[in-house]
Write a protein that binds this ligand. Structure first.
Ligand code: HEM
Length: 471
């Protein structure tokens, strides 16, 4: 495969310790480590976590090379025979699988996310959103953890849209199980000294116990649908009806469990974090919050948003895009070189472990004016980066997020829906981003709920679509 990128210089991150390499710094503050090393040492770096060398690429050309041009050479890092990291939780589902299994399962799952289904999905999202907002009535004036609230809201959205069922009665246990299992997965990946699963430590026992709960939940969903024979035209139906073109065989129970859990987990955690970060940005930027309120009041006139409204809510969509830029829920994408290869003039051995630094790309000063500033208007006035791979919150290439359209409807829709009812004020001094597979606000975000008086305004021609109105 020709290497079409102009040459880069590989820098070894200084300060590695014998044996441990950069493990200490990385494990303490993974996001800060990746971002500080990049700012200090450049776009192509190598560092060590124990014996494992990792390459950190933070340039759009290198991202394109790994995820698009040399897609066949840079594969997912998981081995179904010896699961590690996220595969310990998700098994061999769409996020973690490779090769023919991935291709076949992507073909099965993709149609559920077709644009033509989004209007109906949006109605369901809005229903779930209104129920959640109604439940906040008794908490007006008090503080809530908006990150936890968004997690529970997004979880219920995914349950209702993909599995046609409500998970409200299990929500606390599911949130706990996912938090425990994903933290475990991240630690097992980033810490070479991590004890294997069969060692009966308290932590391993806790992991087994939450996974047992999640397995029972997923197998329960499948059994219930099979038993009832009901048709809901949802993801569960698609998975259960899928047949191999050649053998006519359906998916095995293990495959069904892995795909269901993958969509369940990947389909809410990312969007929930994106929403939490957007509320945080709005709470700390009064001018932008005022524009947001003005737009939703003008367009919605006090009613619940639909998918059709989104085209008339450009500022709300820009807020979401800008939030995904500053706080990408997946701040680094991992791959492994399946064979020796060259990228940007750098030789990579077979098995080389690569991180594409999405967080860094999104703040790269060569591609973004005022990269650290929250400027939603950059998405409306042509100020966004001209380099396609300088912005990739949903990844790039054939493994781009299958839920991209879903999330692009869900995010702005729920922002508008909640923003119509409530003004959210920050009730703590600062918020720290924390990388734990996804980018979470460490310890949550305390906010005060204040009801908004929805000002029903007569629509004028001055809807917020032009940058001149925003400066
Ligand atoms: C703001 C929300 C979201 C963000 C930022 C996001 C981000 C991403 C990224 C970066 C990837 C690519 C990972 C890689 O290349 O290794 C990905 C893949 C994936 N996402 Fe999302 N995602 C979001 C929402 C969703 C939703 C709503 C669903 C499902 C309902 C979903 C399901 C998946 C799946 C199944 C994959 C694996 C696709 C494949 O490899 O074929 N995501 N996502």
């Amino acid at each position: 495969m020709p290497d079409s990128v102009s040459p880069f210089t590989l820098v070894d991150v200084p300060g590695g310790m014998p044996l441990l390499g950069h493990l200490g710094t990385f494990r303490k503050h993974p996001l800060e480590a990746l971002s500080t090393w990049w700012r200090r040492h450049g776009d192509a770096l190598r560092f060590r976590l124990g014996p494992k060398a990792l390459y950190l690429f933070s340039h759009p050309d290198l991202a394109e090379e790994v995820l698009v041009r040399q897609f066949d050479r840079f594969v997912k890092v998981y081995d179904p025979q010896r699961p590690t990291g996220l595969a310990l939780v998700l098994g061999n589902g769409l996020v973690t699988s490779s090769g023919e299994v991935w291709k076949r399962h992507r073909r099965i799952i993709q149609p559920i996310f077709h644009r033509s289904r989004m209007a109906a999905m949006a109605d369901r999202m809005a229903q779930v959103g209104e129920q959640r907002v109604a439940a906040w009535k008794d908490r007006v004036g008090s503080t809530i953890d908006i990150a936890a609230e968004m997690m529970q809201l997004a979880l219920e959205v995914i349950s209702q849209t993909m599995f046609s069922t409500s998970m409200t009665q299990h929500i606390e246990r599911i949130s706990h199980a996912l938090r425990v299992s994903i933290t475990y997965a991240f630690d097992s990946f980033s810490n070479p000294l991590f004890l294997p699963l069969w060692v009966p430590t308290a932590r391993n026992r806790e992991f087994h116990s939450v996974m047992q709960f999640m397995d029972e939940l997923m197998y329960g969903l499948l059994a219930e649908r099979r038993h009832s024979g009901a048709h809901h035209d949802d993801l569960l139906d698609l998975l259960l009806q899928a047949r191999d073109e050649e053998t006519g065989e359906g998916l095995s129970d293990q495959e069904l469990r892995d795909e269901a859990l993958t969509i369940f987990a990947a389909g809410h955690e990312t969007t929930a974090n994106a929403l939490a970060w957007t509320w945080y940005l709005l709470a700390t930027h009064p001018k932008e919050r005022a524009y947001f309120h003005e737009e939703i009041d003008q367009v919605l006139q006090g009613r619940t948003p639909t998918a059709d409204d989104l085209q008339h809510l450009p500022y709300t969509r820009a807020l979401f895009d800008e939030s995904l830029r500053l706080y990408p829920p997946a701040p680094a994408v991992q791959r492994k070189a399946a064979a020796p290869t060259t990228i940007g003039g750098l030789s990579l051995p077979e098995g080389a472990f690569v991180l594409v630094g999405t967080y860094n790309l999104h703040r790269h000063p060569d591609f973004w004016p005022n990269p650290e500033q929250f400027r939603p208007e950059r998405w409306l006035n042509g100020e966004r980066s001209s380099s396609r791979y300088a912005y990739m919150p949903f990844g790039a290439g054939p493994r781009t997020c299958v839920g991209l359209h879903f999330a692009s409807v869900e995010g702005p829709l729920l922002l508008a829906l909640i923003g119509r009812h409530y003004d959210l004020k920050l009730a703590q001094d600062s918020v720290e981003p924390h990388l734990m597979v996804t980018l979470r606000p460490k310890g949550g975000i305390r906010m005060t709920l204040q009801p908004r008086k929805v000002s029903v305004v007569v629509p004028t021609k001055q809807t917020i679509t032009h940058a001149s109105e925003l400066s």
